[in-house]
Ligand binder design. Structure first.
Ligand SMILES: [Zn+2]
Length: 238
């Protein structure tokens, strides 16, 4: 499928290459994650200006040749997220979100909903940099797992289906478990269970604030589920 490709994209990573080039890892709605080389981009007179940096949302024109690496032939900014860029917390939050996304969706599969999720996360961090919390990262990861098809089961025991008292979280069973199925689980209190449910079901803009203990437990539930069911290793949250 050689030839020109036009796509929206968010830059996940931008790596210096040679004297003046950059290798970009971008996420697109219909081509998933792809890599492209931008030649001469680090020269002061480059027509790309500074827009091939991480977290830019762009209209990209690419040339697809025989190799896996496409060539950037044109780039137009849709959103530069300038507020986010000026705030260290938000910048760090965007980097963590892009890293998590790249770990779960590492192929050329089309997931327009994941692209939209990434754009809403970036917009939210740009509008309100104080949103860049650990809880935000956990909720973002939960939504990635949902899109990938292995979100933890939270409404009933993941092992036997009983909706009675749920006392633990079992990464192997893939969710919360009841007292009779608690083998291999770790204890999960009601507050953390509620937070996980909210993180999955509520918009990123509407997350409850929780303390460090809930964040640590929720992080464990999400990380171990991702590792067990998706062979995905997230970076540590704290
Ligand atoms: Zn059970």
């Amino acid at each position: 499928m050689a030839g020109p490709v036009k796509t929206e994209a968010v830059v996940l990573r931008s790596i210096r290459y040679g004297e003046a080039d950059r290798i970009l890892h971008v996420y697109t709605p219909m081509r998933g994650k792809l890599s492209a080389i931008a030649k001469g981009v680090r020269r002061s007179k480059s027509r790309f200006g500074g827009r091939l940096e991480p977290f830019f949302r762009l209209n990209l024109e690419l040339h697809e040749g025989r190799s896996d690496l496409m060539t950037v032939t044109g780039a137009e900014t849709i959103s530069a997220y300038t507020t986010l860029r000026a705030d260290e917390r938000a910048l760090n939050g965007a980097a963590r979100a892009c890293d998590s996304l790249g770990r779960v969706f590492d192929s050329g599969e089309a997931h327009p909903e994941v692209f939209n999720l990434l754009c809403s996360a970036l917009t939210l961090l740009d509008d309100h940099p104080e949103n860049a919390t650990d809880a935000f990262q956990i909720a973002f990861r939960m939504k990635l797992l949902l899109a990938a098809g292995f979100a933890p089961q939270l409404a009933a025991c993941a092992n036997c289906g009983e909706a009675g008292e749920l006392v633990g979280f079992s990464p192997a069973a893939g969710g919360v478990v009841c007292a009779s199925c608690e083998a291999g689980s770790f204890e999960l209190d009601g507050e953390t269970h509620r937070f996980l449910t909210d993180a999955l079901g509520r918009p990123l803009a509407d997350l409850p604030s929780v303390d460090a203990r809930v964040v640590a437990l929720a992080d464990r539930a999400v990380s171990e589920t991702a590792a067990h069911h998706g062979q995905v290793r997230f970076k540590a949250i704290a």
